[in-house]
Design a protein around this ligand. Structure first.
Ligand code: A3P
Length: 313
């Protein structure tokens, strides 16, 4: 199996086995008012990473679930390999002696934060957490953060299918039930609108670059170039093309049995824009449009999302 720094399949396999023996109500737990999946996160993790020491050269990807974090992980992992003079995708692109850790920061066992102190730089981490729940040192060191956002209707649509496909999350009999929970903060990792509001407080910081799912989709080469520039990674035209090619939806889906095992089809579903049109009713459109207008529309992140373009019928 190609070594993946992003999705240790074993961890997911184990979590699914545990989740299968649990009651639906037990699948999520609440920590400081936000829900998380019981099988892969724990209150012990949250306590253990409070004292986590970030490094200035940590590479951090922040994104709410289903905003395309596996996609951008692939791009960043390849860019890091290039910065280390390795060829993306080759065996040598991952240091065989490097202890592998689940890259999703809040996922795994509580001991991982201690083990992470021994990882060589640059460490790569992905997180679905809101900024106020991340370790303080991340903001003190000014480590660079790529903040990925996606239009909320496609996030909800993707999250609905994901919840019904992955045993770790409560499944839903109907889309309507899911929509109600999505709008009333009952999702794992909390409300997407609150997520956007909280991250918006950081959107002007120099060490944070915001990118949308839709802009990467529209112009992958320019997006990869901009991300590489932000992290200070020089790229030849050939390297740029390689990163773009390896991160296309088709390539990632094709390669997913190696990177994500049997979960490939769950993580790489449609990979497009506007699938929400297949699910949202008129009433649901109105509800989400109103919530967006009330909470996000006037903010920097709200404008970046181009809501009228991507979320109006
Ligand atoms: P859909 O369910 O709309 O297909 P995450 O990685 O944060 O869980 O996000 C998953 C979403 O990103 C899924 O959306 C998935 O198909 C999409 N995705 C994954 N890889 C992609 C790629 N290379 N290009 C475009 N979309 C991708």
């Amino acid at each position: 199996m190609e070594k993946s720094r992003t999705n240790p399949v074993g961890l997911l396999d184990k979590a699914v086995a545990v989740a299968n023996s649990m009651h639906r109500d037990e699948l999520l737990f609440s920590y400081k008012g936000i829900l998380y999946p019981t099988t892969v996160c724990s209150p012990e993790n949250f306590k253990a990473f409070e004292s986590f020491e970030a490094r200035k050269d940590d590479v951090i990807l922040a994104g709410y679930p289903k905003s395309g974090t596996n996609w951008l992980s692939q791009i960043l992992t390849d860019l890091i390999a290039i910065s280390q003079k390795k060829t993306p995708g080759s065996e040598s692109s991952v240091n065989a002696e490097e202890p592998e850790e689940e890259t999703y920061f809040e996922i795994g066992d509580a001991g991982k934060y201690e083990r992470m102190t021994k990882l060589p730089s640059p460490r790569f981490m992905v997180t679905h957490l809101r900024p106020e729940n991340l370790p303080k040192s991340i903001f003190k060191t000014n480590a660079k953060i790529l903040l990925l956002i996606r239009n909320p209707k496609d996030v909800a649509t993707s999250y609905y299918h994901f919840s019904n496909a992955l045993a770790l999350l409560p499944s839903y009999e109907t889309w309507d039930d899911f929509f109600t929970d999505f709008m009333t903060k009952k999702m794992a990792w909390g409300s997407y609108f609150e997520y956007l509001s909280e991250w918006n407080k950081y959107a002007d910081k120099e060490n944070i670059m915001t990118i949308t799912y839709e802009e990467v989709k529209e112009n992958p080469a320019l997006s990869v170039k901009n991300i590489a520039t932000f992290f200070g990674i020089p790229l030849t035209e050939e390297q740029l093309q390689l990163v773009v090619e390896r991160s296309s939806f088709q390539s990632m889906k094709k390669n997913s049995d190696k990177t994500h095992g049997s979960f490939g089809n769950i993580f790489f579903r449609k990979g497009g824009v506007s699938d929400w049109k297949n699910l949202f009713t008129e009433d649901q459109n109105e509800k989400m449009d109103r919530a967006f207008e009330e909470h996000i529309a006037g903010t920097k992140l709200g404008k970046k999302l181009k809501y009228d373009l991507y979320c109006k019928a």
